[in-house]
Design a protein around this ligand. Structure first.
Ligand code: 1GP
Length: 246
């Protein structure tokens, strides 16, 4: 079964899904090994790999390493076209629809299209929306875009609707890695109410209460990254929180 079909089927069934985001720059081999071992036990559904700015050239080796130690699908969440690699199972083909940077709406897509046309990696067209999480993040700085104000759920909903009407298959709404404040339940609820495609929510989630809150508000996939770098065991707590929602 294709990864997108699974995401979509689970979302329609109301089954919440859980993703770990790995930034290859942030993990030593030992840390990665132990984190994946925990992810395998924690009910993680997908491993996303990528970062807004990578300074080490370790994307490919990181993805291969992860693939060698888990059966979980590995999905690229690329901060740039340089982060594409064929070892992954799928890739979010991101359009930064909250911004007005033409490069990230179509320019980079044109450059990499010939490569992706013939790849075996599953390509998932995804509307990426940055929302203000209380301070500038690497994502907003590097993308040269303004995030959607946190208290403007209507702007977020209209943006997501436009993405869906353009044919995008997923909405990834994000406060950016390490955001001070995660998405508000109202923001998640308003966006979810207005779209029929799956909604991924992440950025600044640090507690199991925030995980549960995002799920209850309507997120189909919850993503955590930063806090897991500090304490990988939290994956178990977050996995439990998602299971206990049912
Ligand atoms: C960032 O949504 C992800 O793009 C995860 O954010 O690292 O803050 O958990 P954190």
């Amino acid at each position: 079964m294709k990864i997108y079909d699974k995401i979509s089927e689970q979302s329609r069934a109301g089954r919440k899904q859980f993703s770990l985001l790995i930034d290859p720059d942030k993990y030593s081999t030992e840390q990665l090994l132990s984190c994946i071992a925990i992810a395998n036990r924690a009910g993680v559904d997908y491993i996303f790999v990528g970062g807004s700015l990578l300074t080490e050239n370790t994307m490919r080796s990181c993805v291969s390493f992860i693939k060698g130690h888990t059966e979980l699908p590995v999905i690229l969440f690329p901060g740039s076209t340089l982060q594409y690699c064929e070892e992954a199972d799928a890739m979010f083909f991101l359009s930064l629809i909250s911004g007005r940077n033409p490069d990230l709406l179509i320019g980079r897509h044109v450059e990499i299209a010939p490569l992706l046309k013939n790849t075996t990696v599953e390509i998932i067209p995804t509307g990426y929306m940055l929302v203000d999480g209380g301070r500038p993040t690497t994502a907003s700085y590097i993308s040269n875009t303004f995030p959607i104000p946190a208290d403007k759920p209507d702007i977020a909903a209209c943006t997501a609707m436009a993405g869906e009407l353009l044919g995008l298959k997923l909405i990834y709404m994000d406060c950016g890695s390490g955001a001070q404040k995660p998405l508000s339940p109202e923001m998640i609820r308003t966006v979810k109410k207005n779209i029929d495609i799956p909604l991924i929510a992440g950025g600044g989630i640090r507690t199991h209460e925030q995980v549960a809150m995002a799920c209850r508000a309507g997120a189909d996939i919850i993503v955590v990254g930063n806090v897991i770098e500090e304490d990988p065991e939290l994956l178990l707590r977050f996995g439990e929180a998602i299971q206990n929602l049912a």
